[in-house]
Every structure is written in structure tokens, then in C-alpha cells.
Design a binder for this molecule. Structure first.
Ligand SMILES: [Fe+2]
Length: 246
């Protein structure tokens, strides 16, 4: 399969250099709904570099029963990708592999025997269902924190049932959950509602991390387009994020 994202009308601009590290993407091939092959991963990694990132942490889904990934298998596949990407001339630094853990019916079991692949050996990236609130979700996060884990909630702007002005969102924030929004939300990639919510949370000072959540070359193209968006560039400069601590 051949991918060529480099002949489009606008050249990508390195506006994400202020973040330094992308800490959320799905570029280990064939383990989730992300990249389908090494070539696709390579093109996406080259795009991340072209829009300004110099480091990347890859975060495959762990979800029951859809993506029953195993931590050791993911680590092996990641190392293989790293070798192949270097061979293919990718010059973004691949600093690690972690997981994006869905808080679902299988998550409780994971908590009993935790083998989490963490970001920078410190943070566990978790996500909620995109459609409906799961009972006991917040308690499981609290449980994780009690066990000593730092928790990052992926894309809070994408959960329509989580009201930005609601007590639940504020409660998560107050109990020390880190929030990560997707950069593509700022350009409306997930719709106007997610975009509005993303800006509102930024305005409240609730966002510590930004991620690309790149799954494939369609996302990569959207990132290249977004890199030409001056408003988004200004937003990235206006707020302070923790990506460069990873
Ligand atoms: Fe993701």
C-alpha cells in the first residue's frame, strides 16, 4: 500500500513544536482500530514530525471485548515497529508505548492484577465510552488513584453525556485527574459540540495534555490541514501544557 500525503496544496507547518511530545496515537499496526500496516504508521509518524512533534508515545486501545490486547505482545510489536520506522527514515523519537485503557466491564479485572503500560512510567491513560456513562466509572478512577496511579482522562470533550458545567466533570478535576484533549477537536474534526467543549475546558484551565489520537492517514491529513490554522497555533501558544515533561 502506498501513501503520499506530501503533495497537497498547503505545506505542513510545525505548530505543534510547542508541545514537543505527542502522547496519544494508535500507530502500532493491526492491534486496534488504528494503523493497518507499517507503511501507514510510517507515513503518520512522518506527518507528526512535519507538524512539529519531536517525540511520540504510542497508545493502543485496551478494551473488552473489542481489543483484548496483551501488554507483553504490544511491547514486542512496538519494538518491531520502531525498528522498521528507523529503517524507513522516520526521525521522530519514539520514546515509548503505553495503553489507552477503556473503563469498561473488563477494567475492574485489570485493576485487580495491574500490568498497565504507562506513559513515562507514571501516567495511565484512560477513556470512557463515547456513548453512555458506565456505572462505577468514577469509583474505579478513584480506586486507581488510591493505588498510586496518576490518571489521564483521554478526550473529555468527546463524551456528550459529561457536561462541562456539570458536577461530575468538576469532581474529576478536583480529585486530580489530568485531562487530555485531542488537537483535532480544536478544528472541529469531531463536530462543533466537541470543539466548543474543548475550548471551554481550555478556558477553564482544565487541560494539562494535548494528544493527536492519530489512527490513520486520514487523521494525518487532518493534522497537516490543522497545522495551517492560525487560530489553533495561537491557542497552543496561549496555554501551558505538560506534554514536554513526558
Ligand atoms: Fe485514542
Amino acid at each position: 500500500m502506498l501513501f503520499n500525503l506530501f503533495n497537497r496544496k498547503y505545506e505542513p507547518r510545525p505548530i505543534f513544536a510547542v508541545l514537543g511530545t505527542d502522547m496519544h496515537c494508535h500507530l502500532v499496526p493491526k492491534v486496534d482500530d488504528g494503523s493497518k500496516c507499517v507503511e501507514e504508521s510510517v507515513e503518520c509518524l512522518k506527518t507528526l514530525k512535519a507538524v512539529g512533534y519531536n517525540k511520540v508515545i504510542i497508545t493502543p486501545h485496551f478494551q473488552t471485548p473489542r481489543f483484548e490486547n496483551d501488554e507483553d505482545d504490544i511491547k514486542r510489536r512496538y519494538e518491531e515497529l520502531k525498528r522498521q520506522a528507523t529503517e524507513a527514515g522516520v526521525d521522530i523519537e519514539m520514546v515509548g508505548v503505553a495503553g489507552e485503557y477503556r473503563i469498561d466491564s473488563g477494567f475492574k479485572k485489570r485493576l485487580e492484577n495491574p500490568r498497565f503500560l504507562k506513559i513515562s512510567d507514571k501516567y495511565v491513560l484512560v477513556e470512557f465510552s463515547l456513548h453512555q456513562q458506565m456505572m462505577g466509572c468514577d469509583e474505579m478512577i478513584f480506586d486507581m488513584q488510591m493505588k498510586g496511579y496518576e490518571v489521564i482522562l483521554a478526550h473529555p470533550e468527546r463524551y456528550p453525556y459529561l457536561n462541562v458545567n456539570g458536577v461530575r466533570m468538576e469532581q474529576l478535576k478536583n480529585q486530580g485527574v489530568f485531562f487530555q484533549i485531542n488537537v483535532l477537536s480544536l478544528g472541529g474534526f469531531y463536530g462543533e459540540e466537541a470543539k466548543r467543549r474543548a475550548y471551554e475546558m481550555l478556558e477553564r484551565g482544565w487541560i494539562e495534555f494535548m494528544g493527536t489520537d492519530t489512527h490513520n492517514t486520514m487523521y494525518a491529513q487532518a493534522l497537516r490541514d490543522l497545522s495551517c490554522n492560525r487560530k489553533v497555533e495561537k491557542v497552543l501558544e496561549k496555554y501551558t501544557f505538560m506534554n514536554d515533561t513526558l
